[in-house]
Design a protein around this ligand. Structure first.
Ligand code: GAL
Length: 812
């Protein structure tokens, strides 16, 4: 149940179960009497495309999955006769794409944009008591409508709400803290109260409750005889010595609004409240609660790898946990509104959110003929407004973005469109600033687009930060998209050299390969350090995502818009973490820059049996001062970070008119070592003392499979997940870094296999399966609980000639 909704009164219920689904066109499927007996039974959230199959006839740019075409959902349900006078509505947190919704045969609304929650009033059309109601939803995601994998279907949660006729309107509160000091915070609260019934003596009670349950404020407002219609109540409160919401300690209050009608509590509504002080200093970045916070951010697409676009709370929480362990303190929801779970978790975990609305405005991007530009004119105002209304109470949200690399950057009218969108954002939420990401800053500056937003975002332009700040000293600046280096976990190509693509259809993990605008992470580190005016960065991307298989697949302008030239490459390699959540080497490069807990990481692996005597570049990432490398016990010398620079053969920065063939990185340490099997060991030192170390050994042949669950106890709610890392190891317990053994999974008892994966971007092996090959020694098994089934989940594997031990997870 969502945090937002007080449910003591049972007002909000999950509406996820007992749906029927059918793919393809249907005639009369909205009608109550329609025969749906042959349809597939599904529970929501549901993504009809993720089960595949992957096929070359589907665009690899969208994951090579069958997401487009029509799909229908139907559900029969009863509403008790006792609820006859109530207000009944249904909310879809997301519906991909172009939802048309019908109740008992009547059309009640359409919403093209798939990333927003929409609430539909069912009240006028309902049957009560024993007579069934039928809700039907048609969706029609189109081919060439997006630059990534969008998912398909009712892929986010669905809720049924039954409210008294007098109730706080859906998304009907708006809380701001116009004045925050350490001593006190002013809390302004606007509450919209609906009365869909007759006149009633009503009262609004408001409580502000701290995280430990202490009621810090109690207020009540007599509404008198509330007439039919909507009434807006404005209140202002003061909290003394407020506990602040911070990335370190994300304390939240909640506001509980209760409606008392004729002496009885008939409605309760919860609003999150975080008290924090935000300041954007044009010459010194972003300040949270009076301290400068460097934005160590990642861009994230909304898919959750092998489970697709499904907005599973645990999948999202794990994603954020992995990002936080890399040092991330902020996320840009590229390039669309996120799920409520994502924002709610960010509130809880102390992650700052840049919530982004659109990837295109009115002008088509590349070959995406059926993109949002088709709907922009008619829908932008409602979509942007609704996005902001849905998330403007969340303390984690610290700025809005109205667009990513929109084509209007180079058009005369771009400035006017940006002004219009910024105005909408400011009207709906005067408390937050507005940004947009530009990959063509000169264009956006010239046409007034950059000046029309509060915080211009610069994509891939570190060399010009200083100049931009000098030219526009009053603009707060953010590096809204950076680096775009690609890599495949556990893959290394020798010698280290720049290439466009590689026969293996993978990308080396020395982190130097990317599209023409890309550059190694450390270029960004270097220029951000030189320009504190820029508040920090959002690197592209935290996780690999489905679709956009750059550098594979071909070019967009190659013809039909399909990126299938290097099939089966069907997912991205931009992530610091692979599609199933295993860190790549790049994760540690960011960790070395973004965290302070002593760490050192060495690459590559040490299994190069066919390269004995050849030179292997060894690199170390650390947040300590120095690193010493030992090869089979012999020191190869101690190197000092920032002083002993690593040579990288790269060419990059195409867009800034400066092309470099070589780069000396002060952020990694490099030794060139003649390979002999055995071990490499790195020891990191700070102030002469050992701070961290890591050993990598040459592994023998695969001998065993080890299963390591991230959680051994999960909720028996039919949603919760355990992610089980599957490692192929030699007899001594070393991970075999090139192992690709086929592994079969057996899951029995109170759980089921939700999905499998391994982070290989170039395979058509299905995610929904009971088998998976290891990829470079690792695979992932995702197990889900069964609804209401408490007990053991027994998990074992079979892999030819390999030993393994079963494990048990508890569903509680
Ligand atoms: C950017 C774009 C992202 C992604 C990235 C890949 O220009 O905003 O969505 O396509 O390039 O490098």
């Amino acid at each position: 149940m969502s945090y937002y909704q007080a449910d003591k009164l049972g007002q909000k219920q999950t509406f996820n179960h007992n749906w029927l689904f059918s793919k393809g066109k249907q005639v009369d499927a909205e009608k109550t009497a329609f025969d749906d007996s042959s349809w597939q039974a599904v529970s929501l959230p549901h993504d009809w495309a993720i089960e595949g199959p992957f096929e070359n006839k589907y665009n690899a740019r969208n994951g090579g999955l069958p997401f487009h075409g029509d799909g229908w959902y139907r559900k029969s349900f009863k509403i008790s006769a006792a609820d006859k006078d109530k207000f009944v509505s249904v909310t879809f947190d997301g519906a991909m794409y172009d939802a048309h919704v019908y109740i008992n045969g009547e059309f009640i609304g359409r919403r093209p944009f798939g990333y927003l929650a929409v609430n539909y009033d069912l009240t006028p059309h309902l049957n009560y008591g024993d007579k069934e109601n039928v809700i039907a939803v048609s969706l029609s995601p189109k081919d060439l409508s997006t630059r990534w994998y969008p998912g398909a279907g009712l892929y986010r949660h669905t809720w049924l709400e039954i409210n008294d006729p007098v109730h706080v309107a859906k998304w009907g509160t708006y809380v701001t803290t116009p004045e925050v000091t350490r001593e006190k915070a002013t809390v302004d609260l606007e509450t919209k109260i609906n009365n869909f019934g007759g006149q009633a003596k009503s009262e609004l009670q408001t409580q502000i409750i701290a995280a430990d349950g202490t009621v810090v404020l109690n207020a009540s407002k007599n509404l008198g005889k509330l007439a039919k219609g909507t009434k807006t109540v404005n209140q202002s409160f003061t909290i003394n010595n407020p506990i602040l919401w911070d990335t370190e300690n994300p304390h939240q209050y909640k506001i509980l609004s209760s409606i008392i009608k004729n002496g009885v509590t008939v409605d309760q509504h919860t609003t999150p409240l975080g008290v924090r002080h935000l300041e954007f200093k044009p010459d010194d970045g972003f300040w949270l609660n009076w301290r400068r916070v460097q934005i160590n951010g990642v861009c994230l697409h909304h898919d959750n790898g092998p489970i697709g676009a499904i907005a599973n709370r645990r999948a999202i929480q794990r994603k954020l946990e992995i990002m936080q362990s890399m040092g991330v303190n902020s996320i840009r929801t590229s390039h669309n509104p996120p799920s409520p779970e994502m924002v709610e978790l960010a509130d809880e975990m102390g992650i700052l959110m840049q919530v982004e609305s659109f990837d295109v405005w009115g002008i088509q991007k590349q070959s995406v003929h059926n993109g949002y530009q088709v709907f922009f004119d008619e829908w932008h105002e409602r979509d942007l407004t609704d996005m902001i209304i849905q998330y403007r109470n969340n303390p984690s949200v610290y700025m809005w973005s109205i667009g990513n690399e929109i084509m209007e950057q180079r058009e005369k009218h771009g400035g006017a469109v940006a002004e219009m969108l910024t105005k909408i954002a400011h009207k709906v939420d005067p408390s937050r600033l507005v940004s947009a990401g530009f990959n063509n800053p000169p264009g956006a500056i010239k046409n007034g687009l950059a000046a029309a937003v509060d915080i211009p975002g610069l994509n891939y332009k570190p060399l010009s930060y200083a100049q931009r700040h000098k030219d526009h000293p009053t603009w707060p600046l953010v590096a809204s998209e950076t680096s775009s280096i690609t890599s495949t976990r556990g893959v290394y190509h020798f010698p280290i050299e720049k290439y466009k693509t590689h026969d293996s259809r993978h990308v080396t993990s020395y982190d130097i390969i990317g599209p023409p605008w890309a550059y190694p992470p450390e270029i960004e580190f270097e220029y951000l350090a030189k320009t504190p005016a820029v508040m920090g960065e959002y690197m592209w991307t935290g996780f690999d995502y489905l679709g956009e298989p750059t550098p594979y697949g071909g070019k967009d302008h190659s013809g039909d818009g399909y990126w299938n030239a290097d099939w089966p490459v069907r997912s991205s390699s931009f992530g610091a973490v692979d599609l199933v959540g295993f860190p790549k080497d790049r994760y540690y490069l960011y960790q070395s820059q973004w965290t302070t807990k002593p760490m050192v990481h060495v690459l590559p692996h040490w299994n190069w049996q066919n390269k004995i005597g050849e030179v292997i570049p060894v690199m170390a990432y650390t947040n300590a001062e120095q690193v010493e490398l030992f090869v089979n016990g012999k020191s190869m010398g101690r190197k000092t970070k920032g002083v002993d620079k690593a040579d990288l053969p790269v060419n990059f920065l195409r867009w800034e008119g400066e092309k470099r063939e070589n780069y000396q990185s002060g952020y990694r340490l490099r030794w060139d070592v003649k390979y002999q099997p055995g071990e490499i060991k790195v020891v990191a030192y700070t102030k002469g003392k050992v701070a961290a170390e890591q050993v990598v050994k040459t592994a023998g042949l695969p001998a065993q499979v080890e299963l390591i669950p991230d959680r051994t106890e999960i909720d028996a709610d039919g949603q919760d997940l355990s992610y089980i890392t599957v490692l192929v190891k030699d007899k001594d317990g070393n991970i075999c870094p090139t192992a690709d053994n086929q592994i079969r999974f057996f899951v029995e008892g109170a759980g089921v296999i939700e999905a499998v994966g391994n982070g290989n971007s170039a395979t058509v092996a299905p995610f929904k399966a009971d088998y998976r090959r290891a990829f470079n020694g690792k695979a992932m098994l995702i197990v889900q609980s069964k609804k209401g089934e408490v007990g053991d989940i027994n998990i074992r594997v079979y892999s030819d000639q390999l030993k393994s031990k079963p494990i048990v997870i508890k569903a509680k």
